[in-house]
Every structure is written in structure tokens, then in C-alpha cells.
Design a binder for this molecule. Sequence first.
Ligand code: SAM
Length: 234
Amino acid sequence: PALHRQRHQFVIDFVKQHKPKKVVDLGCSECSLLKKLRFHREIELLVGLDVNGAKVKKHMYGLAPISTDYLQPTYDQLCIELYQGSVTQEDARLRGFDLVTAIELIEHLTLADVGLFSAVLFGYMTPVAVIVSTPNSEFNPLLPGLRGFRHSDHKFEWTRAEFRSWALKVCLDYGYEVAFTGVGQAPQGQQESVGFCSQIGVFHRIGGRNGCNMLLDDDADDVFSYTLLYSIKY
Ligand code: SAM
């Protein structure tokens, strides 16, 4: 299967196993992961955020319920919200989630913005779990005809060591642990030396749901920097 499908399937498998109730997809783009996740009805709140509001608006109506969705009486209520905004900015509505996904997002940020994003995500949103995927540059020589980066908008593509070093730093700074994996296998015998085509870090907050001693219900100076584009209750 295509690589983007494999990345989304990785998230879906994680959702099936861990059953998060509140999920945010950062850099939700054409909302294709959200469209798959809405069928996993352990999820009660599904949120998408992208800096490109026009792109989200073009695709968000595909998230509207179809009439048969109401014929499933066993489903709990699902709420979907889409926002335009930057992952480098804090917004109180994205705090305290069970799972945050950032699939092929960080390589679109400058390194300075990766620093801001890390602080916003791990230090402010403080989700229980995070899945980050990004290209593994060590795999690039196996991609036919590729010169330079995989996409013209990429600001960098990291080796496994570079990704690991960012991830471990974030864990130290914000109290998370991380496991490394990926999707997109190299041909037989080359897996060890080049790794996966897309590298993935799966982060868990140390102490789980209670690992954050911040008072999430203290809303005295809540920040709202994102614009709500779409909101629907199933
Ligand atoms: N996650 C998508 C998926 O799995 O199908 C693909 C993501 S696409 C390659 C990268 C997205 O990140 C784009 O839609 C882009 O607009 C968004 N993006 C780039 N910088 C951003 C930022 N600072 N804040 C939020 N989204 C951003």
C-alpha cells in the first residue's frame, strides 16, 4: 500500500489499541486522516489544525455525517472541530488531549519553529500520547529519481540520528518517553542500514494522564489563537 496509507494505518492501529477519547491531528491538510478516524467511535472529540485554512475548507465537508451515521444507536456522540492556526502558537482548546498526531508536519517547519512547536505540543498541550512521523533521509537514495528533498516545501529531512536527538531532547525537557519505529520497508537486507522510509516516534507522557501537574481547569489566562473553521456534532 501507498506510504501515506501506511502512516494513517499506523495511527488507526494505535487508536484501536489505546482507545483515546480526545484526538488532535496537527497539519491535518486535506483531513484524510480525520475522515478515517471518525469511524473509530471510542473517540468523542476529534480536532484538526492546519495553518492553511483554504486547504482545510476545501476538504472539510467530507467530514459531515452521512444519514446512515445516525442509524448506529450504539455510537457515542462524536464532535469534530477544525481550526486554522499554527502549531507554533498556543491555544487553550488543544490542551489535555489523549492523542496528538503530527504526520509529515515537522519537516515543513523551520528549525526555529520546530523549537516553538516542541514547546507548544509537549510543554503546553501536554497530551498523554503523541505520534510524529517525518521522512528518513537515509532512505532517500532508494527513491528513484529523487534529487534534493522529497517535497519542495520541506525545510529539512532528518537522518534517524537527527530525529532521535530531537525526540530525546524533547523527552528530557518535557517529561516524555519515546519509542522509534516507522513505515515503508527497505528491500531485504537493507533495512538495518537505511531504516524505514518514514520514521515515526511514539511518545508517552511519563506518569500518563496524571503526569502533568499543570492545572488545566485554571482558565484565568487562556489563550485562543486559532480560528474555528468547522464544528459538527454527530
Ligand atoms: N498530515 C497530513 C497527512 O497525513 O495526510 C499531511 C501533512 S502535509 C505534508 C503538511 C501540512 O502541514 C500542510 O497541510 C501544511 O499547511 C501544514 N503546516 C505547515 N506549517 C504549519 C504550521 N506552522 N502549523 C500548522 N500546520 C502547518
